[in-house]
Design a protein around this ligand. Structure first.
Ligand code: DC
Length: 219
């Protein structure tokens, strides 16, 4: 069984996907981390992330390992553990840029299909139900009001960056939405057969329960 969970930044999809995967003893694949891994490595090597040819070459040769563990998924890039480094805003901005390039998407989508081909996965991202696995057994599209998504991001960021400002984070969330929904290749959109879950007023547990109900109803 393949479960696809898509949605914008801050909709809660990664946390939800992780918990659903744990309940089902499935593997959780956070595809955003793969775009972030390409951006992180490019930044490390001083590659211009706007140079689509060089970025595609980098993505082609990059070893990205997603290792499930009790404290969540660990990400190794060319053998180096980079899990926390991938979460930075600078890497997120770079990831949005590389995610707009069609060759990088082709390369990462092929890797994602390979990882998920035997099923037993909960994969989250922006295009899982529309492009990566259009025949996924269950598709969910998580969404929430941009202000609430900004507030969640703010709560997370202020632990490590006490100087952050809520209104500017909300503004960044709106800008990221615009980029993800308006890019030419694989823009973020809800698959026609995806179940939409509005997480604005629902805690993570509530969303997980709703998804588990749908998954169990099918099996
Ligand atoms: O979910 P995230 O913030 O880790 O994603 C990082 C960037 O990668 C974001 O700009 C959206 C993009 N992305 C994508 O285009 N397709 C995916 N399947 C996952 C992420």
């Amino acid at each position: 069984m393949i479960i696809a969970i898509d949605g914008p930044a801050g909709s809660g999809k990664s946390s939800v996907a992780k918990m659903v995967a744990r309940r089902l003893c499935f593997q959780h694949i956070d595809t955003g981390a793969m775009y972030r891994a390409v951006a992180w490595k490019g930044q490390r090597l001083g590659i211009d992330l706007g140079d689509a040819d060089r970025v595609a070459e980098l993505a082609e040769n990059l070893a990205i390992e997603l290792i499930p563990g009790a404290e969540g998924q660990k990400i190794l890039v060319d053998g180096q553990e980079v899990t926390s480094q991938l979460k930075s805003e600078a890497v997120g901005m770079g990831a949005a840029l590389v995610a707009s390039q069609s060759r990088v998407r082709e390369i990462l989508v092929a890797k994602q299909r390979e990882i998920g081909k035997n099923g037993g996965v909960v994969m989250d991202g922006r295009d899982i139900g529309t492009v990566v696995f259009p025949d996924a057994d269950k598709k969910f599209y998580l969404d929430a009001d941009p202000r609430e998504r900004g507030r969640r991001r703010y709560e997370e960021l202020k632990l490590s960056h006490p100087e952050v400002d809520l209104e500017s984070i909300i503004q960044q969330v709106r800008e990221r939405d615009f980029e993800d929904k308006n890019r030419e290749v694989s823009p973020l959109r809800q698959a026609a057969d995806a179940i939409r879950v509005d997480t604005t007023h629902l805690g993570i547990e509530g969303v997980v329960e709703e998804i588990m109900r749908e998954v169990q109803a099918q099996s």
